[in-house]
Design a protein around this ligand. Structure first.
Ligand SMILES: [Zn+2]
Length: 341
């Protein structure tokens, strides 16, 4: 977790020109998609249509109050960092930024803030920063344009969809992350694997399951694996789990169903049927589903591959030998990132 001291930041006095090129470089190298890097850059150049800017340009006539909290003037820093409706998201993000403890933050610009962030965050941290700004700007616009309130999970899903990292990222604080994956071998069967890890990357539990002679399309297999992983989380009494998949179709369909704007005619497809059961099982829990790249899901893939040998099995606070190398490689990456900061 990274904590940034904002009082120190506010006193930074690098020239505007230096700051511009340093921030531009920091944003350019960030591990996030191009569109959200561009958005952060636009925010730094005071180019987002916040109400104070619209008033200044004469596009609106009188009121530059923040449409989300209704108490302060809506500047770029207010909309993205300081609004009461935004602070909890920074704290809950993988960056764990506690805006409440900052001093003088009301007086700095987005450019000054990002300038200082570039000093303390590596490219993954900067990627997460871009992604959070992306998610929060979407949240603001969903409210302003559609009167739609996005919750934490929806904003984080939006943010994580543009955050690009090749590595596994541990969960925050008391949360548990569950990576799951399925492996299908034609004419043989389908293997399932799941690993539950804490914020230090230590295994809380792992498991395998094998369905002999049952060979599914890969997205169906991943969705069945998701359901099985939710069941295991329940059995192990893990109430707040961040499930991670590298199956794009599963993740997309999950978002369509959970956000209630399902317009597809094949609502009764097998994949949706399983997902419906998953939604019911997740109700009343604080759990969520996110999408990661293949490499960030490698322990689960390894488990799915060895499910053929192990069948149905659970390892408490451990993984089978075959998966320990992948597990250690994820843990080494965490240590590597921490020491860079
Ligand atoms: Zn506000």
């Amino acid at each position: 977790m990274v904590s940034l001291c904002i009082s120190h930041m506010a006193s930074g006095s690098s020239s505007a020109l230096n700051s511009n090129s340093k921030v531009a470089e920091g944003i350019w190298k960030a591990a996030a998609s191009l569109r959200c890097r561009k958005l952060l850059w636009r925010a730094c150049r005071e180019g987002l249509p916040v109400r104070s800017l619209l008033l200044q340009k004469g596009i609106i006539k009188d009121d530059d109050t923040c449409p989300c909290c209704g108490t302060c003037k809506e500047t770029t820093t207010h909309a993205l960092l300081l609004c009461e409706g935004v602070k909890p998201f920074w704290l809950g993000s993988p960056l764990g930024l506690r805006v409440d403890s900052w001093h003088n933050v009301a007086n700095i610009t987005m450019l000054q803030w990002v300038d200082q962030c570039v000093d303390v965050l590596d490219k993954r941290g900067m990627g997460m920063l871009c992604a959070m700004v992306w998610g929060l700007w979407n949240k603001r616009n969903a409210w302003v344009l559609k009167k739609k309130k996005l919750d934490f999970a929806q904003v984080m899903a939006k943010a994580l969809s543009v955050f690009v990292t090749d590595e596994w990222v541990p969960p925050l604080d008391s949360k548990i992350k569950a990576n799951f994956a399925a492996s299908v071998i034609e004419d043989v069967g389908t293997g399932l694997g799941v690993v539950f890890r804490n914020s230090k990357g230590e295994p809380m539990a792992s498991g395998t399951y094998f369905m002999a002679d049952e060979c599914y399309d890969s997205e169906i297999a991943d969705t069945l694996c998701y359901k099985w992983a939710i069941e295991k989380a329940e059995e192990l009494w893990f109430p707040e789990v961040i499930f991670e998949t590298d199956c794009q179709q599963l993740y997309t369909q999950w978002n369509i169903l959970t956000q209630g704007n399902n317009n597809t005619s094949d609502y009764t497809s097998y994949l949706n049927e399983i997902l419906d059961e998953c939604i019911n099982m997740m109700q009343g829990t604080e759990s969520s589903l996110t999408l990661v790249v293949h490499n960030a899901n490698k322990v689960a893939q390894c488990l799915a591959a060895v499910a053929y040998d192990y069948g149905e099995r659970i390892w408490v606070e451990d993984v089978p030998n075959e998966a320990s190398e992948c597990l250690q490689s994820d843990a080494a990456e965490i240590a590597n990132v921490s020491s860079n900061q």
